[in-house]
Design a protein around this ligand. Structure first.
Ligand code: URA
Length: 258
């Protein structure tokens, strides 16, 4: 059998594409497979050109100034959600199905900030509901935390980036005022930053594998950078480090004075 076409090779290729973020088997134009099959000569498919994520609209100082104004004008979490829903400077909004604002208990002592919604979150309109989110729920459960009872969860970006692309610097800049306001209004005791995008947004730093596990501070609150659960799904060996970080969060919650 041609090894390039055997079941296992095809499956590995497919998994590799899924890993890269190709999570929907659709193209830009519909293909009538009956017509394709009826053609005598084989038709070479056009090379798959990955779609470019659209540049953030405007970006720059206008977008950031508008974000600051909108965020500062929000007096509570519902108003902040509405301010984001009305914010027109982020191009990602146009490709998203839903605004993914937050989940869990507003006012909980622990607030988790992730990166951006993926496909499942975009569909559900709730953060961390896909595989990474399910792992996150199991991890939290292991230290007595849950979004049903004592955790509040959001993301830096409320709209899904196409192909789950990393957030651009301009997108992070325009979301920073919303994230800051979100933390101020949710008023947690501890903030957990999951992955590089929230570290860049809140701490102005990247390099999660170096930053993780060390308490730092923002807005006078203890902040714990942690490995993202999606990373843990790819690198199960890193779960030990994430477990240690969660135990630190649990210990901090039990300490007096915060
Ligand atoms: N990854 C994130 O950072 N946030 C989500 O909501 C889902 C996956």
């Amino acid at each position: 059998m041609d090894s390039a076409l055997d079941f296992h090779s095809l499956r590995a290729l497919l998994e590799w594409q899924v890993e890269l973020g190709a999570d929907e088997a659709i193209g830009d134009v519909p293909v009538n497979r009956y017509e394709v099959a009826a053609q005598a000569a084989p038709v070479l498919a056009a090379p798959a050109v990955p779609k470019q994520a659209p540049a953030a609209t405007g970006g720059g100082s206008d977008a950031v100034a508008a974000a600051r104004k909108a965020a500062q004008g929000a007096g509570d979490l519902e108003a902040l959600r509405a301010a984001l829903a009305g914010y027109e400077h982020c191009e990602l909004k146009r490709g998203a199905r839903n605004l993914v604002f937050a989940d869990g208990v507003p006012g909980a002592r622990v607030m988790i900030i992730g990166e951006a919604p993926g496909r499942d979150e975009d569909r559900a309109g709730r953060p961390f509901v896909g595989r990474a989110g399910q792992l996150l729920d199991r991890m939290l459960g292991a230290v007595g935390l849950s979004r049903a009872e004592n955790v509040y969860i959001t993301n830096v970006m409320p709209w899904r980036p196409p192909q789950n692309a990393d957030l651009k610097a301009a997108e992070i800049e325009m979301m920073r005022p919303f994230v800051e306001r979100h933390v101020a209004l949710a008023a947690p005791d501890i903030v957990v930053l999951m992955g590089n995008a929230p570290c860049q947004t809140v701490l102005g730093k990247q390099g999660i594998t170096r930053l993780r596990g060390e308490w730092t501070e923002a807005w006078g609150k203890p902040v714990m950078p942690m490995l993202h659960p999606a990373y843990l799904l790819r690198m199960p060996g890193a779960k030990r480090a994430a477990w240690a970080d969660l135990l630190d969060v649990q210990a901090k919650l039990r300490e007096g004075g915060i």
